[in-house]
Design a protein around this ligand. Structure first.
Ligand code: KIV
Ligand code: NA
Length: 263
């Protein structure tokens, strides 16, 4: 795989070629994920749950994220490296700029933040200063306490309208990518077709431009998994095999299937 940049992903969207994202939190897994052909690697704040044992991503700090971003960056992969801004580290444009800088200097090539319209000013500020942004809408896990649990979002017409409006707004503000998590497949497909920027889905059906899963979930290591997860170790005898199976399933359109999707 040649070095992946945002131009690579834009070209893939234009050609309707699906791309793949997998989370990684250390150098070994980052190398394996990239070798399997995933165009993007996400150092997700899901590490709060799968590595640290918390029951949400709320306790994760910017130092945790910078540490794991640096571990992943040392793998020197060809994949585009995105790192999550954790809970309450991007409440004002100035705070956002400071904390995003820490992740970029740890080796991230793009940062991800959960939110829509209210992030516009911060997104423009980062982008103008050279920090590319991925936004994240739908079930934004840092807001689990506000949602009252990990619940599918965008099921009412009002919610769906507001997610679409947020998506358009973050694109206009300068975001390069968008993650849509746990929303009905039809809504995710509609947003993906309306936006020029590539959209990465998780629990958002097969109509997005790309798919992401948490590494531990796709390797079948997580105790409880949501409907949208498939265990890619089934039928494989190595981590490498499972990662390759995930990449192949996304690219061929066999994952996600209907059973992984919310209507
Ligand atoms: O933290 C994470 O792993 C994520 C993905 C699930 C999109 O944000
Ligand atoms: Na995250």
């Amino acid at each position: 795989m040649a070095r992946v940049t945002i131009s690579t992903l834009n070209k893939m969207k234009a050609k309707a070629e699906k791309f793949v994202c997998v989370t990684a939190y250390d150098a070994t897994f980052a190398s394996l994920v990239s070798a399997a052909g995933a165009e993007t690697i996400l150092v997700g704040d899901s590490l709060g749950m799968v590595l640290q044992g918390h029951d949400s991503t709320v306790p994760v700090t910017i130092d945790d994220m910078a540490y794991h971003t640096a571990c992943v960056a040392r793998a020197q992969t060809e994949s585009l490296l995105i790192a999550d801004m954790p809970f309450m580290t991007y409440t004002t444009p100035e705070q956002t700029l400071h904390n995003a800088t820490l992740l970029m200097q740890a080796g991230a090539q793009m940062i991800k933040m959960e939110g829509g319209v209210w992030l516009s000013e911060s997104i423009s500020m980062l982008v103008e200063r050279g920090i590319p942004v991925c936004a994240h809408l739908g079930l934004t896990p840092q807001s689990v306490n506000a949602f009252g649990g990990f619940k599918v979002q965008g099921r009412t017409p009002k919610e769906a309208k507001s997610i679409l409006a947020d998506a358009v707004e973050i694109q206009d503000a300068g975001a390069s990518l968008l993650v849509l998590e746990c929303i009905p497949a039809a809504l995710a497909a509609d947003i993906s077709s309306k936006l020029d920027i590539p959209v990465i889905g998780i629990g958002a059906g097969a109509g997005t431009d790309a798919q992401v899963l948490v590494l531990h979930d796709l390797l079948g290591l997580s105790a409880r998994t949501p409907r949208f997860v498939r265990n890619f170790m089934q039928g494989e005898d190595s981590v490498q095999g499972a990662l390759a199976a995930f990449v192949a399933a996304v690219k061929s359109g066999t994952f996600p299937a209907r059973e992984h999707t919310y209507e």
